[in-house]
Design a protein around this ligand. Structure first.
Ligand SMILES: Cc1ncc(COP(=O)(O)O)c(C=O)c1O
Length: 412
């Protein structure tokens, strides 16, 4: 049942099995943070963990920390901590570089594994996926084709029989549409294509089962729902069955079979480590480790149930004042965000700005989408209620029409 009063929301918070997690995050007074899908909130343990890394591991122990503090193995040990969040084996994930770089590595590796030369992507994917595909395809002598993965065209595009790689976002960054990972992966495999999933908007937001879905490769960022901090390193998944053949293009020494032989020819490491390139940002890794330790305590089924209940509530309140949503109403097709569109042209950006001035932080994605992310570890039902109430007031009173709300900042 979707709550219809603030009191019902208070009662839901009192009964919430995830309620204690809120204490693990730093949340500024007077702010309702609905942008954890862009930059997650700061875990309380992160500053101490980062300070310890800097002062003790780096400052006191210096170079010895490559061995003693496990620096050399961080991409693997952190990968093993990401693995349960994405349904992967601990030896199938490495942490390192950024999502864009990892897309490039997996795309070229997948193209080299196929005798075909088409990358099938999605028309509306996050631009970096499209741009990196352009670059990777040009390098590998392949071409890019695009389809709407939520329309009827996907099956036909795969049936053409020339697709080497299908690259899709599991959850769409604008609409929040969640795709059927097992079904689409199966279809692609039936037509001889490999599949790369972009998990940037699904890791920590929805259940992900890469192994159960038979996915070939995946990448994801950690600064959104995983709360690892701005520009935190990304992760890369490669199914175990591909480890011995995958040949990625950024063949650096961290991906070498025996890096400390310092031999002059490249020989890839045996496991997923072959996807590594060079030295990693270990200070940022410390922040990621702190946030992954919070996630290790979270029951992902409870996270999903609360996410759906919160997005149901926000959608319900918005619909009452005629704001339309491009986020699916069906649970099985919804990520952990709500994307709203106000019919009046140009209203989206200033509405979001007016909300931010009230302390309700969402964001805006061109051309007209107001995006609100729901993070069950640190949001309460009353926050959702209050945010929706603020949205209704901003729209109904026309508060957003004040000129200052239309001035565009660089980051929207
Ligand atoms: C779907 C998707 N892929 C990739 C990225 C970002 O890539 P990077 O971390 O390399 O900036 C984003 C960022 O919002 C995203 O939404």
């Amino acid at each position: 049942m979707i709550p219809t009063t603030r009191e019902e929301c208070v009662a839901l918070d009192e009964a919430d099995p995830l309620a204690a997690f809120r204490e693990e995050f730093v949340l500024p007074e007077g702010v309702i943070y609905l942008d954890g899908n862009s930059l997650g909130a700061l875990p309380r343990s992160t500053p101490g963990r980062v300070a310890d890394m800097i002062e003790r591991e780096w400052g006191r122990d210096l170079i010895r920390s490559w061995n003693d503090a496990g620096w050399w193995d961080k991409p693997r040990t952190l990968g093993a901590k990401v693995a349960p969040l994405v349904g992967a084996g601990p030896d199938e994930v490495v942490v390192g570089d950024g999502a864009s770089a990892n897309l490039f590595k997996t795309l070229v590796a997948a193209l080299r594994m196929s005798d075909r030369s088409v990358v099938l992507g999605e028309e509306g994917n996050f631009p970096t996926d499209l741009y990196v595909t352009e670059g990777a395809a040009a390098l590998a002598g392949a071409t890019q084709r695009r389809v709407d993965p939520d329309g009827p065209g996907l099956a036909g595009a795969l049936a053409a029989g020339d697709v080497a790689v299908l690259l899709l976002s599991h959850v769409d960054y604008r609409s929040g549409i969640l795709r059927d990972m097992p079904g689409i992966t199966r279809l692609a495999h039936e037509h001889g294509a490999l599949v790369i999933w972009d998990l940037c908007h699904s890791v920590g937001a929805v259940p992900v089962d890469l192994s159960g879905s038979g996915a070939d490769f995946a990448v994801g960022c950690t600064y959104k729902y995983l709360n690892a901090g701005p520009g935190a390193p990304a992760f890369l998944y490669a199914a175990r069955r591909h480890h011995s053949v995958a040949d990625q293009p950024l063949s650096g020494w961290h991906g070498h079979a025996r890096p400390f032989d310092f031999s002059t020819g490249y020989e890839p490491a045996q496991g997923v480590s072959r996807f590594l390139s060079g030295s990693q940002p270990l200070v940022a890794d410390a922040a990621l480790e702190a946030s992954l330790d919070v996630w290790a305590e979270a029951d992902l089924d409870l996270v999903r149930a609360k996410s759906l209940a919160m997005t149901d509530l926000f959608l319900d309140r918005a619909a009452r004042v005629g704001i339309s949503s491009i986020t699916p109403s069906e649970h099985e097709r919804r990520g952990s965000q709500v994307a709203l569109v106000q019919p009046e042209e140009g209203a989206g950006y200033p509405i979001v700005q007016a909300l931010i001035e009230r302390g309700v932080i969402g964001d805006f994605r061109a051309p007209d989408v107001m995006r609100f992310g729901f993070t069950p570890l640190y949001l309460r039902y009353v926050d959702v209620w209050d945010a929706a109430t603020a949205l209704v007031e901003v729209v109904e009173t026309g508060e957003w029409r004040q000129e200052r709300f239309s001035r565009r900042a660089q980051v929207t």
